[in-house]
Ligand binder design. Structure first.
Ligand code: IPM
Ligand code: MG
Length: 359
């Protein structure tokens, strides 16, 4: 059966990096991957064309797709939009919410070749392999009520941090199951010393634990988790946390790997449909210069093949190809180091493609 992939380049460096990832996808097609690929608009690019960051036509295409590859959204051009619902970020959040993509997997893996590119000492990060499981369709990002209003003569801004037991349970199960397939250790991150919502979070994780007797569950407050990530990151295997804490911790974890330009992600719903995107943003400061690192997006294609299309061999080949070009000393500017060859976005794409085809 032909499966459908929707590519949403988005804004900033999004089009540059998805162009390279699309070349790899096309190479997979010539290797027998039976997919139909469509493109669509999201974020600022969609706003400029349709006046909406998530036009109905894009949402329809997204719903019909087996998997979505997204570049990045946002940029200074749209930062001044007063109406928050028109912001590019709303396009991304709308896709996550409308497709029910509640499980966000962000693997932070330090390639041995890049251990010295990390801001941490190489021995702290060499061999690092953490999976951050971030709840993606709830928590403070979506809680109601929210807004800015005048109270007693001054403006007040407010958001609501809310999780139901069922929301916590379903993300907890994803995390426990992943831990079972990996190092069998799960650290749940909360702020249960202050926030009721995370007291419930902790209780639900505890309630699930006996169903996964082979997994060792621990709990950590988010402030300590941030510190531990930069102190001794290899203590972690799988981490599970809510939407906002996961957003923050995954950026911190990204730097352990050498560059945020290396981190792919998968956002899955209950039926295995997924959206795949690099964890970095649209990087407007370097957009259009051909220097962005396409590897996170290329690695996101590998995650797509693994998690939504069950094409494990092709996924492995892409990951191996990335390892090969790093072995060969090719580096984009963000991971540049002495003695290595600094290459452009498209040269990196060329090299991965060549390594993939040679394998
Ligand atoms: C991410 C991003 C998004 C988020 C933004 C662009 C809305 O930072 O995917 O981590 O906060 O979830
Ligand atoms: Mg983020």
């Amino acid at each position: 059966m032909t499966r459908k992939i929707l590519v949403l380049p988005g804004d900033g460096i999004g089009p540059e990096i998805t162009a390279q990832a699309s070349r790899i996808l096309a190479a997979c097609q010539t290797q027998g991957l039976d997919v139909e690929i469509e493109e669509g608009l999201v974020g600022g690019a969609a706003y400029d064309e349709h006046g909406e960051p998530l036009p109905a036509v894009t949402l329809e295409k997204a719903k019909a797709a087996d998997a979505i590859l997204l570049g990045a959204v946002g940029g200074p051009k749209w930062d001044k939009l007063e109406d928050l619902t028109k912001r590019p970020e709303k396009g991304l959040l709308g896709l996550r919410k409308n497709l029910g993509l509640f499980a966000n997997l962000r693997p932070a893996i330090t390639y041995p070749q890049l251990a010295s590119a990390s801001s941490l000492k190489p021995e702290l990060v060499a061999g690092l392999d953490i999976m951050i499981v971030r709840e993606l369709t709830g928590g403070i990002y979506f809680g109601q009520p929210r807004g800015i209003e005048v109270r007693d003569g001054q403006r007040v801004g407010f958001n609501t941090y809310v999780y139901s037991e069922s929301e916590i349970e379903r993300i907890g199960r994803v995390a426990f199951e992943l831990a079972q397939k990996r190092g069998k250790r799960l650290c749940s991150v909360d702020k249960a010393n202050v926030l009721e919502v995370t007291i419930l979070w902790r209780e639900v994780m505890e309630r699930l634990a006996p169903e996964y007797p082979d997994v060792e569950l621990s709990h950590m407050y988010v402030d300590n988790a941030a510190m531990q990530l930069v102190r001794a990151p290899k203590q972690f295997d799988v981490m599970v946390t809510g939407n906002m804490f996961g957003d923050i911790l995954s950026d911190a974890a990204a730097m352990l790997t050498g560059s945020i330009g290396m981190l792919p992600s998968a956002s899955l719903n209950q039926s295995g449909q997924g959206m795949y995107e690099p964890c970095h943003g649209s990087a407007p400061d370097i957009a259009g210069r051909g220097i962005a690192n396409p590897l996170a997006t290329i690695l996101s294609v590998a995650m797509m093949l693994r998690y939504s299309l069950s094409e494990f061999e092709l996924a492995q080949r892409i990951e191996d190809a990335v390892g090969k070009v790093l072995d060969d000393g090719l580096r984009t500017a963000d991971i540049a180091s002495e003695g290595m060859r600094t290459v452009s976005t498209s040269e990196m794409g060329d090299a991965v493609l060549a390594a993939f085809e040679a394998a």
